[in-house]
Write a protein that binds this ligand. Structure first.
Ligand SMILES: [Zn+2]
Length: 218
């Protein structure tokens, strides 16, 4: 099963042009088994997403993309999050205390919002996003090298803000999941792999071969 783990919806991400309804429709067309909404520093969509997920019978997991003082981190399985910026370590500790999971997103993207070398010093990160749909290939490759060296779970996601980007990258889950609890359990158990959409289907990325597909950098 493939899940896009990092996506932005316009109601709570002001830089997104996407509505949840359209996101689900396109996700289904592409063959994704679930989507994740990770708005900037906000989980306001949670209730609506839960209702809509039920209505259309399609899993939608709401997490958060939190802008810590050292860079962006995506987390799932939390209820509480800081209302202002705190250090990456403080945020990770909060996630862990609530039994959630978290991963660094676009750690080397050229927008000064990645953890960069902090990847090596923070404690408790579960994973690293090694395919981000708004990041140049060399920065994704560098993230993959760090993930390998640090033994982290590897994630692929579109980081979409526009329809064309939905499901551009995704994460392979070795088991089908329907609930957030299941998603977290399978994520933790390992076996997730980064994947890319190419010629009508998802292909798992071996983290070595350059991906020859057009990169739409927003
Ligand atoms: Zn994002």
């Amino acid at each position: 099963m493939f899940i896009d783990m990092h996506m932005h919806e316009s109601r709570y991400s002001k830089d997104s042009f996407l509505m949840l309804e359209e996101m689900v429709e396109i996700a289904k067309e592409r063959g994704l088994g679930a989507i994740c909404i990770t708005d900037h520093d906000d989980m306001g969509l949670k209730e609506f997403a839960a209702e809509y997920s039920k209505k259309v019978d399609f899993p939608i997991f709401v997490g958060i993309e939190f802008f810590s003082l050292q860079g962006d981190i995506v987390a799932f399985g939390i209820e509480e999050y800081p209302k202002e910026r705190v250090s990456a370590q403080e945020f990770i500790d909060l996630v862990k205390a609530q039994g959630g999971i978290c991963f660094a997103v676009h750690p080397f993207r050229n927008n000064n919002r990645g953890l960069e070398e902090n990847l090596k010093t923070v404690q408790g990160l579960d994973g690293i996003e090694v395919l981000n749909g708004s990041t140049l290939p060399e920065a994704n490759k560098k993230a993959a090298d760090y993930a390998k060296e640090l033994g982290k779970i590897t994630v692929g996601s579109s980081d979409c803000h526009i329809p064309e980007k939905i499901g551009f990258f995704a994460t392979y889950f070795p088991e089908d999941v329907k609930t957030l609890e299941d998603m977290i359990r399978v994520f933790r158990s390992g076996g997730c792999k980064p994947a890319y959409y190419w010629e009508g289907e998802y292909k798992i990325w071996d983290m070595e071969t350059p991906i020859h597909k057009p990169f739409l950098i927003k």
